[in-house]
Design a protein around this ligand. Structure first.
Ligand SMILES: CC(C)(COP(=O)(O)OP(=O)(O)OC[C@H]1O[C@@H](n2cnc3c(N)ncnc32)[C@H](O)[C@@H]1OP(=O)(O)O)[C@@H](O)C(=O)NCCC(=O)NCCS
Length: 166
């Protein structure tokens, strides 16, 4: 499968909505979440007004069709309006998903590689929130994310971007 990784543009916001929905982990056998769940303020804020000066993100697009298949991005939150994986005001939080039929073919790895490489010039660390039973946890560990804290069935993880070995 041929695809390119390119920066997210403001016009990609509808696709980011789809990816935000896809990023909500549903355990096998559980019912799908309602589509409008991403309109809730605590989720909508992950993509609203994409293109703020501190936002960094990449999209995977198939070649030559340009069909968009995945995205990964970083956004800063604040202590008075934190994200699920909030650590501090200087550590952006990662969101990532690939459309179901394109998963487990290396696209997420490529997106994350590009994103973390770019993030190094702006940030010293990146955080995320993941449910304990989400297989994505293996991907995050491979990239060097470490557990920062646990809340019930979810982990907040951090990746130190200043450490040489990744
Ligand atoms: C997590 C995700 C972005 C990875 O992208 P990908 O293109 O599938 O990943 P790659 O092929 O590069 O790497 C494979 C790894 O992705 C993860 N993965 C693969 N399929 C997955 C799935 N259906 N759900 C969650 N994670 C998955 C696993 O960690 C896998 O590692 P493993 O081979 O050791 O099991 C993608 O699978 C996805 O969108 N999953 C559902 C949404 C999600 O869970 N997002 C993260 C929320 S914290």
């Amino acid at each position: 499968m041929l695809y390119i990784i390119r920066p997210i543009e403001e016009t990609d916001e509808p696709f980011l909505s789809e990816i935000l929905y896809q990023a909500l982990y549903i355990p096998p056998g559980a019912s799908p979440l309602p589509r409008d769940i991403i309109l809730r303020p605590e989720l909508a804020k992950y993509i609203q007004d994409w293109g703020r000066k501190d936002d960094i993100g990449f999209i995977a697009a198939l070649k030559p069709s340009q069909i968009l298949v995945g995205a990964a991005w970083l956004r800063l939150f604040t202590s008075n309006n934190p994200g699920y994986g909030y650590i501090d005001d200087n550590t952006p939080e990662l969101s990532i998903a690939v459309l179901p039929k394109y998963r487990a073919q290396g696209i997420g790895t490529k997106l994350l590689t590009e994103l973390l490489c770019q993030a190094r010039s702006s940030y010293s660390a990146v955080s995320l929130s993941v449910l304990l039973d989400n297989p994505a946890l293996r991907l995050y560990r491979r990239f060097g994310f470490e557990v920062f804290e646990q809340h019930d069935n979810s982990l907040t993880m951090i990746k130190d971007l200043e450490r040489v070995a990744s």
